[in-house]
Structures are given as C-alpha cells and as structure tokens.
Ligand binder design. Structure first.
Ligand code: GLY
Ligand code: MN
Ligand code: MN
Length: 462
C-alpha cells in the first residue's frame, strides 16, 4: 500500500492526465462557517480537496495543471495567529510535507491565478459546490482578458471538476477501504455500547433519555480517535423512530419500546453509517419481532443482490419484493384492497411504510459522490409515469456495481397509526443499515461488529 502523501500525488497525477495538457483545475477547500458572532462551527475540510491533498487546514486552494504540476495556496506562517488558532503548516513546509511543486500564501491567490490560467485551453472547477467560486474564476479570467493585447491567452472552456473526481472517488482504493473498515468497526462498537447501556439503565430502574445513548455513541467515537460523527446522529425512541430525520433529543426511552439508532463516526475523512433497531429493555415483543425479522429478511435479499456486475437498483428491488410480500403476509397491507404482490410493487402500495431508497454511496461524504446511472449507457433513456404521483420519470440504466464501490444497505419499515393498520404495529419504526464494499463475488459487510439478528441482540443486551 502506498504511503498517504504518495497516494495523493498519484491521484493528482491521474486527474492531470484526465484534464489533459491544456487543462487547469482549481479547487478550494471548504469555507469556515460562522456559528454566531466570533464562534465558528468546527471546521471540516472539503472532501474533493482532501482527496487530492490530505490537507485539513482552512483557507487553502489547489491548482493542478495538465502537465502534472500542483500549486498550493495556504495560510502563511504567522506567530501571532498561531498563538490564538494553532499551528499552520505554511507554504515552505508544504512543499515537502504535501509533495506539491509550488506553494504560496493564500494572499497571493489573485495575483498568481491569471498567470497560471494564461495559455490553458480549459479551466476545471467544481460547479454548484462553493458559493462565489464561479465569480472568482470570472475575475481571474477578466484580469487575463484585459491583457490580451500583451499576448495573454484565455481558456476557451469551463468544465465541471466534479465529473472526473466523482468517478475517481466512487472506487475506493485499498487505503480508503482500510480507513473505512476502521471507521465501521468503531461505529459498530458504539452501537453495541448504546444497546447495552439502554438495557442496563432500565434494569437499574434509571430514567433513560435519548441523549444518554447519544452520549455513549459520542464517547466511543472519540475515544477511538474519530474526529466527529459523520452526520447528525439519530437516536429515536418509540414513535420517534417513524420520523426519518429525527435527531437525538430528550425523548424518554421506555421499557417495551424499540430504539432506532442511525449513527456513524467519521475517521480521518471517511464516514461510516450504521442503523440498528433494538428493544430498549433487551427483549423484543411479538409484533416488534415480526416486523424486525421482515426487515432483516429484506436486507438479506439486498445483500445477496450486491455484487460486481449487478445494478445499483438491484438491492433496492430485492428489498421491495421481500418487504411487499411481508406486508401482505402480516396484514399491514390488505390483499383485498391492494391486490397481488405484483400490484403492490407496480402501484408502490408499500410506500406508506417504506418511503426511502435502500442505499447510497458511502465514502468521504456520508451520501458520497458518484453517478447513480451507468455512464456507458447514458443514451439509453426511456420514460415512465409514476403510479403514485403521475410524474413522468426518466429511466436511465442504473449504475453497474464494480469491485471497490462502497454503499449502504438500509431497508426499513415505519408504521404510523392510520385507519386499517393493525394496532399492534402502530408507532413501530425499524431500519437496519450496514455498509458494504462491493467485491467480484458479492460484498463485504464492514459493520457487522454490531449484531443484527434478534437472538444476538437479545443475548448482547441480557
Ligand atoms: N444516516 C444517513 C443515511 O442513512 O442515509
Ligand atoms: Mn445511510
Ligand atoms: Mn444511516
């Protein structure tokens, strides 16, 4: 395996090759975000920027030219600022630390960019990603154009840098897979601890709130070196589990209820994303177990459908088939009203209980970049009318899975009280989510450090 700094250089070289000798790519890291007055949100680098540099300081830009040269702009050394805000690498040290060809203070950006753009034929930057970036580029092009009488040459094309970078990031190399396995392992351990804490506190007669479990997750993430959660943790007790984007709050965790936890840590720039649903006191009730095992069976079908050569939509289709049949079997759907399994799927009659997709790409971003349609089949578009909304939807062939892609597999069932819905299922919300690396023969589930079967969860919480 390459060392990280060589790895970033390899990625920049691959990008330079893609944009060609006349190309120039311009990429800022993320902006700092004010929280209030002079307090900022914790800084998190831009994922594309990090992918090409491994550099996590704010106020930095990369410029990569088609000849394979990289110029970094970063915060200059400044003792006074470093006393307040901490260490800065600075341009001089960046040359060796990051292996770039040139490095300047960020204050030089406007001066250097027109010269770097001069004579290039196409300028690449991420479209619709950084507010104000387009006008910065316009400004540099304007400066260059103002000097055409002195012989400067302006690029003729602007291209979206997200295109080539999304394709690169979609396939995770061995180094990335290794970081993702470690992130997944930490998150799995955190879920185990939250499950155990819930049962232990209830057994001791203590009041349990969602934030107690959230604190347990955070503690486990941080004590293993995770920088922060990869997204806002969902810790949803009882009926709160039916709110898809619920956040860990102060809800009471009661014996007899299910708890849905959707939480994963970010480790060294990579996300993990796990959901487990468990009985607060460690013992599933009959109806909870019925629906839990249905969701688990649908997840098993999706896992079996996840392999190189399959389509991104295959796991979802497999999930829906199992869930829809199960909904008919357990009486969530009445066959006299909705008809056969085919009717349920065709008319999306399962939708009130299962309204999201079964997965997404996972990587540096929890909903990672990468096209969900197959680039080699982009011309093959058909149209269909959605049975529920009547909306005309473009059907483009779904992405063909390849070894090294990473995705989540996360079916669920959410039962809100409604007329005709059996009462014993009311307010049950269940999701089971694991992270999978696609392999040639199937997939590697990297999040199974936390158990998933009814028997194993009950044993863990006993
Ligand atoms: N936690 C976000 C998701 O599951 O997509
Ligand atoms: Mn997810
Ligand atoms: Mn999730």
């Amino acid at each position: 395996m390459s060392t990280p700094s060589a790895l970033y250089a390899q990625r920049r070289a691959a990008l330079a090759k893609t944009i060609g000798p006349g190309g120039i790519a311009i990429l800022p890291t993320a902006p700092e975000q004010q929280r209030n007055r002079d307090s900022d949100f914790l800084f998190r680098h831009d994922s594309y920027f990090y992918y090409l540099s491994g550099f996590t300081e704010p106020k930095a830009w990369l410029v990569i030219t088609g000849d394979g040269k990289t110029t970094l702009f970063c915060q200059p050394k400044d003792l006074e600022r470093e006393i307040w805000d901490g260490y800065r690498l600075g341009p001089e040290a960046a040359l060796t630390a990051l292996g770039v060809d040139a490095a300047f203070s960020i204050a030089e950006l406007d001066k250097q960019l027109p010269a770097l753009l001069d004579g290039k034929d196409s300028v690449w930057y991420p479209f619709a990603t950084h507010a104000g970036l387009e006008s910065r580029v316009d400004g540099w092009l304007g400066t260059l154009r103002a000097r055409v009488r002195y012989g400067t040459l302006c690029p003729q094309q602007q291209r979206d840098l997200c295109g080539p970078l999304d394709e690169m990031r979609l396939i995770k190399d061995a180094f990335e897979q290794d970081v993702m396995r470690r992130a997944a392992q930490i998150s799995a351990g955190a879920h185990v601890r939250a499950m155990q804490l819930s049962a232990r506190m209830l057994r001791a007669g203590q009041e349990v709130r969602e934030y107690h479990l959230d604190a347990e997750l955070l503690h486990e993430f941080r004590r293993h070196g995770s920088q922060y959660p990869a997204y806002g943790s969902i810790v949803a007790a009882g009926a709160n589990a039916c709110v898809l984007h619920y956040r860990a709050d102060a809800g009471l965790v009661q014996s007899g209820d299910l708890v849905l936890i959707d939480a994963g840590c970010e480790l060294d720039g990579y996300a993990s994303d796990i959901t487990r649903t468990f009985p607060a006191n460690g013992q599933f009730t009959g109806p909870q177990k019925t629906l839990y095992e249905l969701v688990l069976a649908s997840q098993e079908a999706a896992i079996a459908a996840t392999k190189a050569g399959a389509r991104f939509t295959d796991p979802h289709d497999a999930t829906v088939k199992v869930l829809a049949q199960g909904m008919l079997d357990v009486g969530l759907l009445d066959k006299n009203t909705v008809g056969t399994l085919d009717d349920v799927i065709e008319k999306r009659a399962y939708f009130p209980f299962y309204m999201h997709r079964t997965g997404h790409w996972l990587g540096m971003d929890v909903h990672d970049c990468g096209a969900y349609t197959e680039p080699s089949e982009i011309g093959q578009t058909s149209e269909r009318k959605d049975a529920l909304t009547g909306e005309v939807i473009k059907n483009r062939p779904a992405r063909i899975l390849r070894s090294g892609m990473v995705l989540t597999i996360e079916p669920g069932i959410y039962v809100r009280p409604a007329p005709g819905v059996p009462e014993h299922f009311h307010n049950i919300g269940i999701r089971i989510e694991d992270d999978a690396i696609v392999t040639n023969t199937g997939c590697e589930l990297i999040t199974r450090g936390v158990p998933v079967s009814v028997a194993e969860i009950e044993a863990l919480m006993r």
